[in-house]
Design a protein around this ligand. Structure first.
Ligand SMILES: Nc1ncnc2c1ncn2[C@@H]1O[C@H](COP(=O)(O)OP(=O)(O)OP(=O)(O)O)[C@@H](O)[C@H]1O
Length: 265
């Protein structure tokens, strides 16, 4: 699916502090890109800028080659689905109704839940194993179940691109693996995926590219085996890490065994 999202010399200042400094980044159609960075690095801010939910202080964002500011909100939503970090607003909807909201950007005749909308919602519910919960009120779901509902809503949007902020957060281990494999499959089918993560290992086997956000800029951007490497990860997280390669996987462990890793008080 044709898609392109590009940041050019992107700067963002908040509360007098420069959060993002001159970012150049290009997300191309059909690739799955992981974004790593420590807490507070600016990952969520960067995603919100890419979605047009925040305005850059300077610089440009181009969606399919056209400045994002020239796109209407609904048009952006028909190109990019967004799954924000932890969504805990108490909305009085059932799971099916919540997922159906993903159809909102699509022009239709008549009301929600007609034909194509209903099929898209059913497909999304099935892909996230939510059919058994379809008629339950969202307010009564666990944190991980809600996260899956938000993912299903984004899938039902049937956009060429998905932008996800720590999508595996709060999911049990089985759902983490199923979700990441699903994202990989979607990329193989031609969708474009950008996700933030605090788990380099989960990106190593699945992402086509990994970018590292540090001190407001993209510190590194490249193939997973070059970026998810003990030298880059030790510098990024400021802990001495050793890597273990096993089959197609790569794992990390701390080189220090006796310290809790925080400076002494
Ligand atoms: N509403 C706000 N007002 C002022 N500063 C903010 C606001 N939200 C975030 N920040 C600051 O902007 C910086 C970037 O925050 P952001 O949430 O983008 O980081 P992040 O990389 O997504 O972090 P995490 O991994 O913890 O989710 C942080 O220093 C944060 O304190």
């Amino acid at each position: 699916m044709k898609f392109s999202l590009e940041a050019r010399d992107l700067n963002f200042v908040r509360g007098g502090r420069s959060v993002l400094k001159g970012i150049d980044f290009h997300l191309r159609g059909g690739e799955m890109v992981g974004l790593l960075g420590i807490n507070g690095a600016g990952k969520s801010t960067f995603l919100r800028l890419l979605l047009g939910l925040l305005r850059p202080s300077s610089g440009q964002i181009l969606l399919d080659g056209v400045d994002l500011q020239d796109w209407r909100r609904r048009e952006i939503a028909s190109r990019i689905a967004y799954v924000p970090q932890a969504f805990d607003v108490e909305l009085p909807f059932t799971v099916r109704e919540m997922v159906t909201l993903g159809r909102a950007p699509h022009p239709r005749e008549g009301r929600f839940s007609a034909g194509a909308d209903r099929d898209a919602v059913d497909r999304a519910l099935t892909r996230l194993a939510l059919q058994p919960l379809a008629d339950r009120p969202c307010a009564e779901l666990s944190g991980g179940e809600r996260q899956r509902v938000m993912l299903a809503r984004a899938l039902a949007q049937e956009t060429p691109a998905l932008v996800l902020d720590e999508p595996t957060n709060g999911l049990d281990y089985g759902h983490q693996i199923r979700l990441l494999d699903l994202l990989r499959r979607l990329a193989d089918e031609g969708r474009t995926i950008l996700l933030t993560s605090h788990h380099p290992e989960e990106l190593y086997t699945r992402a086509d590219r990994v970018a590292v956000l540090k001190e407001g800029d993209i510190l590194a951007d490249g193939r997973p085996d070059a970026i998810i490497h003990e030298s880059v990860m030790s510098a990024l997280y400021a802990v001495p890490l050793a890597q273990i390669d096993h089959g197609h996987h790569r794992f990390f462990h701390s080189r220090e065994t006796s310290s809790d890793g925080y400076p002494d008080a």
